[in-house]
Design a protein around this ligand. Structure first.
Ligand code: HEM
Length: 433
């Protein structure tokens, strides 16, 4: 028996899921497997049940398309038609171009570059009682991403990348509440975007002329082959997409992991003890996964507690039936992976950090079903191998040299722009080993 959408409960007074993320999640999580609510005055559907989330994520592009939070952000927000917003026939060839260099093997080929960048950055840190996890991890990861993507040529353009990041995050929050908002009408946004474009186009043109060993060269070379070679504009869109999909996501994850380490000295000491076996080794990047398994376990559990890309959305494009409910064309459907990640029936004491919540290779069927930090289905994160390798290696290298100490034990307050973050991030102490 099928149900109509009108039979799904409607909760008309929900707060905004981005602007008031914490309040929204607190209320939504008590509201059953699915409910309707108003998103900027328009009716939308919210899912709480991970089985329904997976059904949505696995639906073909003939049934679901770009969601309401990101819609309008493509051209207006400077993202262009990057793969993240692409639900058209060109998605598959683009996916193919990006997938190979970002595969499990492709990422391990980048290991020496990542190792060098992370080790050099960590060596340049100074002991302090004013360690801001967000700024420090953003700089660390931006250098690692820039080293792999641009062979380090991004270093003169760090301010350009940061300036656009700030503008873009603010624009996302505004558009999510007012879809008619046009960010480029703001002078600062237009300037930041212009500077970013000049940098990206110059990188593409130099790599076209003389490819190197970096990720951009691999993408440019592969994008120019095949049946449908990509234009500069198309390449630019994908590269901008990669910078912003791959930079703050990993950085915020590491910032959360830093807060966890600082408040769990026992875990930090075990991590350091595992690292000691390969401290200073030139082939650290080849051995850490085997010798320091705790680093990957911390990343996995950090992403359960704080799934930084938790808010996921789609719009129904054809009629789509989900669990017996017929969803009409045009209906926005949203969910947050934070809710199943914090379900006490699946993860015991879900607010606590414990690597036993997600034991490698030994998660229960329910835990596997509920754990979705990188999404699933066709739009699953393309950077999953890079993010997990890079974040684990960064934690292992951090523990080789530094100890993080918490100055107070307060629970983090969470907020949202395009990503989940702590507001404020606590100041930590950084102590040399
Ligand atoms: C901890 C770090 C990361 C997290 C938590 C994360 C999370 C996600 C999530 C949840 C999605 C899917 C959204 C959806 O279903 O609509 C996604 C997509 C994507 N991610 Fe990541 N991501 C991370 C790091 C990265 C990195 C390092 C890169 C590459 C440099 C990357 C590239 C992408 C791309 C290209 C997509 C779009 C895939 C498509 O639409 O086909 N991500 N990511």
């Amino acid at each position: 028996m099928t149900q109509t959408i009108e039979e799904v409960p409607l909760i008309p007074d929900m707060p905004h899921p981005v602007a008031e993320w914490s309040n929204f999640i607190a209320r939504a999580s008590a509201c059953g497997p699915m409910f309707r609510f108003l998103l900027n005055g328009e009716e939308a559907l919210w899912l709480n049940d991970p089985t329904l989330m997976r059904m949505l994520l696995k639906a073909p592009f003939s049934e679901v398309g770009v969601g309401p939070l990101i819609k309008g952000f493509e051209s207006a927000g400077g993202l262009g038609f990057a793969i993240t917003v692409n639900y058209s026939d060109s998605w598959r060839p683009r996916h193919h171009v990006l997938q190979r260099p970002l595969s499990h093997r492709g990422v391990r080929e980048l290991g020496p570059l990542l190792h060098e960048s992370l080790r050099t950055s960590l060596a340049s840190w100074n002991a302090t009682d004013n360690f801001d996890p967000e700024t420090m991890m953003t700089d660390l990861i931006l250098d690692a991403l820039g080293t792999t993507l641009f062979s380090g040529d991004h270093r003169e353009f760090i301010d350009v990348i940061h300036a656009f990041d700030v503008e873009r995050n603010a624009a996302f929050v505004k558009i999510s509440q007012d879809p008619a908002y046009i960010p480029s009408e703001r002078k600062e946004f237009a300037q930041a975007l212009g500077a970013l474009d000049a940098f990206i186009y110059s990188m593409i043109s130099t790599r076209r002329a003389a490819p190197r060993e970096d990720l951009l060269s691999r993408i440019v070379t592969s994008a120019l082959q095949g049946d449908e070679p990509m234009s500069d504009q198309e390449l630019r869109d994908e590269v901008v997409g990669l910078i912003y999909a791959g930079h703050k996501t990993t950085a915020n994850t590491l910032a959360f992991a830093s807060c966890i380490l600082a408040t769990h000295p026992d875990i930090q000491e075990t991590l350091a003890a595992q690292v000691a076996a390969i401290a200073g080794a030139p082939d650290f990047h080849e051995r850490w996964e085997e010798v320091v398994p705790l680093a990957s376990e911390i990343v996995t559990e950090t992403l359960r507690l704080y799934p930084v890309g938790d808010l996921i959305d789609r719009t129904v494009v054809g009629t789509f039936e989900m669990n017996g409910v017929v969803l009409p064309e045009g209906l926005p459907v949203l969910f947050s992976t934070f809710i199943p990640h914090h379900n006490p029936e699946v993860f015991e004491a879900p607010e606590e950090f414990s690597t036993s919540h997600c034991p490698a290779g030994r998660m229960t069927a329910k835990q596997k079903d509920s754990y979705l930090p990188f999404s699933t289905g066709p739009k699953v994160c393309l950077g999953i191998h890079l993010a997990t390798y890079e974040a684990g290696l960064a934690l292992a290298l951090l523990a080789e040299r530094w100890t993080l100490v918490s100055q107070d034990e307060k629970t983090l307050s969470l907020s949202h722009d395009p990503l989940l973050y702590a507001k404020p991030w606590p100041k930590l102490s950084l102590v040399a080993r």
